[in-house]
Design a protein around this ligand. Structure first.
Ligand code: ADP
Ligand code: TYD
Length: 206
């Protein structure tokens, strides 16, 4: 008999698209059965790696080095938080997961997608059951993201055309994985977007 396992949900999209806001809202709606986490980060070791990759000059790391750092962080996050929680039948909601690596490291600065996929198969080996891809206008999203002044803006600092490339990448990815990806229109009021997300999640958790 296979042990029952919880549902694994990710939120993806460009910087400032509303992922964190919506992930928080879904977690609040689901209550104590849900665990909210994020990438890069979510475990102590992965949070240390987060500081390395999100601060400093845009050229601080090559796409290849970033890929290794993000994958190391994800492996730690999986081992220490995600897998144990799913085994306890919790719903795990993560603000970004492997799709971010596929797009940010795999398809923006040269074509590293085959390397990204090979490393994912070798070291991570699973994808979420359900992925919300929040789609929105890159100029508005970039303005929202930079307005936060989080000090973690290394990727926002690549500029608008980078965000446009990312958006196209996420849309293509959603088309190629329709079994788990749901595209959500993020150009609406927070409450409207949340209602949409909750309705889709309820269909999967029932
Ligand atoms: P992300 O996690 O995708 O970077 P956030 O959820 O942190 O995005 O949102 C970025 C900023 O935009 C925050 O200041 C947030 O309050 C605001 N925001 C999020 N969703 C909306 C929305 N639907 N309309 C207007 N502002 C929003
Ligand atoms: P996040 O804190 O979610 O940023 P934002 O709120 O601006 O969306 O993620 C930090 C940055 O890390 C974001 O610009 C995307 C990038 N990133 C990658 O490049 N590869 C990855 O695998 C992950 C998880 C994130």
């Amino acid at each position: 008999m296979t042990a029952r396992r919880g549902l694994f949900i990710s939120f993806e999209g460009i910087d400032g698209s509303g992922k964190s806001t919506q992930a928080r809202a879904l977690a609040a709606h689901l209550g104590e059965d849900a665990i909210l986490t994020r990438e890069p980060g979510g475990s102590a070791g992965a949070e240390d790696i987060r500081k390395l990759v999100l601060t400093g000059e845009p050229g601080r790391w090559s796409a290849e080095t970033e890929l290794l750092l993000f994958t190391a962080a994800r492996r730690d996050h999986m081992e220490r938080l995600i897998e144990p929680a799913l085994r306890q039948d919790k719903t795990v909601i993560t603000d970004r997961f492997a799709d971010s690596t596929r797009i940010y490291q795999g398809a923006t600065r040269g074509d590293l997608r085959a390397t990204v996929d090979a490393l994912h198969d070798l070291m991570i080996g699973r994808d979420p059951d359900l992925t919300f891809v929040i789609d929105m206008d890159p100029a508005t999203a970039l303005a929202r993201g930079l307005a936060r002044r989080s000090g973690e803006d290394r990727f926002e600092d690549f500029g608008l055309s980078f965000q446009q490339t990312l958006r196209a990448g996420f849309m293509t990815l959603a088309e190629t994985a329709p079994d788990r990806c749901i595209v959500i229109d993020g150009n609406r009021d927070v409450a409207e977007v949340t209602a949409d997300v909750i309705a889709h999640a309820q269909r999967r958790t029932r």
